[in-house]
Structure formats: C-alpha cells, structure tokens
Design a protein around this ligand. Structure first.
Ligand code: ADP
Length: 181
C-alpha cells in the first residue's frame, strides 16, 4: 500500500502520516524528518541538504531521490508506506514512478489535505521550528505554489487524488482521510 499525503507545509501531513502508519501497519517516510536527522548527524546527505532546508528551499531532486531510494529499500517498508513531503516536484514524481515500477508497486491514493494559507502561516509560526520564521514560511509557501501544487493536476489526471478538509481536530481530519481511502 503506497499512500501519498499531499498539501502545503503546515497542513498536518506529518501528524496524520504518523497516525495513519500506525493504524494501517505500514511505514512512514517523511523526507523532511529524514533531512533533519541527516543534518543533525552531519551525514554527507545532511551536509548537502542543510543550506536548502535552512532557507526553506527545495533540496535538489537527485539528493531527495537518494534518500528516498535508500529508505524504501529497507525491509521495514515492504508492507507499504505513507509518503509525507515527497514527491514535491515533477521530476520527483517521475523518480517515484520508476522506483515503484521496478518493484512492481503502484500508488494507491494521493490524499490532498486542504487548509487555507492564512491558517497555515499561523500554525507554522506557533510550531516554531528553525525554518518557521515569517520570512522562511512565506518563501516555503511560495515554493509550494510554484513547484509542488502543479503535481495535483498530474495525479488528478491519473485518478489518484482524494481531497480532505484539513481544518478541524486531528481526530476529525484522520477520520476524513480514512473515509476517503
Ligand atoms: P514542511 O512540510 O512544513 O515544509 P517538511 O519537514 O516536509 O516540512 O520539509 C522541511 C524542508 O525539508 C523543506 O522546506 C525542504 O527544504 C526539505 N524537503 C523535504 N522534503 C523535500 C522534497 N521532497 N524535495 C525537496 N526538499 C524537501
């Protein structure tokens, strides 16, 4: 089972992905978490990614592909995976297709979590992660609109999108996602 959680920064992908992974008994891959861990441990990928993550820019696609490929090859992912924060660009979506093709796997659904941008900015400011300053938030939302949002149409065209309202309690949003799946 391959499920993609899709949506702007701050819509709650990470929270929902963790709950879903637990409930469905599959693994959870957050590329953002993977980069933060790599940065903390000063691994080669972490050193490459640090400047981009700090600035709220996208890490280059080839670096992202490396971390995803490495992670997905772990046996703990054989039951399926909730992808959180990946793919974020067209080349990443294509890389994912190739990776899944090679394993004879297919994307189940792409869950588009919808939250308006004013609410997102409020939530991120409250969260207060290192890349959650007002300036970097605006930049990340802009990058989302330019680079990532166009993927919605791509997944819509192949009939993979289900949309859920991301406002409301964590439990409500989770029920909505499970119902949509
Ligand atoms: P958020 O969704 O709140 O932006 P993430 O933890 O998903 O938080 O991402 C944090 C940062 O990690 C991004 O701003 C970006 O620099 C990097 N990153 C995560 N996933 C990707 C990806 N698929 N492609 C490029 N960069 C990524």
């Amino acid at each position: 089972m391959i499920i993609i959680l899709f949506g702007a920064p701050g819509v709650g992908k990470g929270t929902q992905a963790a709950i879903l992974a637990e409930k469905l008994g599959v693994a959870h891959l957050s590329t953002g978490d993977a980069f933060r861990k790599a940065i903390k441990n000063s691994t080669p990928i972490g050193l490459l990614a640090k400047g981009f993550v700090d600035a709220g820019a996208l890490v280059p696609d080839d670096v992202v592909a490396r971390i995803v490929e490495e992670t997905l090859s772990d046996p703990s992912f054989s039951n399926g995976v909730i992808l959180d924060g990946f793919p974020r660009t067209k080349p990443q979506a294509e890389a994912l297709n190739e990776l899944l093709d090679a394993k004879g796997l297919e994307i189940g659904k792409v869950v588009n979590i919808c939250v308006d941008h004013a609410t997102i900015a409020e939530r991120l400011l409250l969260r207060g992660r290192a890349d959650d300053s007002r300036e970097v938030i605006d930049y990340r939302l802009n990058v989302y609109q330019q680079e990532t949002e166009p993927l919605l149409q791509y997944y819509e065209d192949i009939g993979k999108i289900v949309s859920v309202d991301g406002l409301g309690s964590v439990e409500d949003v989770n029920s909505a996602i499970l119902a949509a799946l």
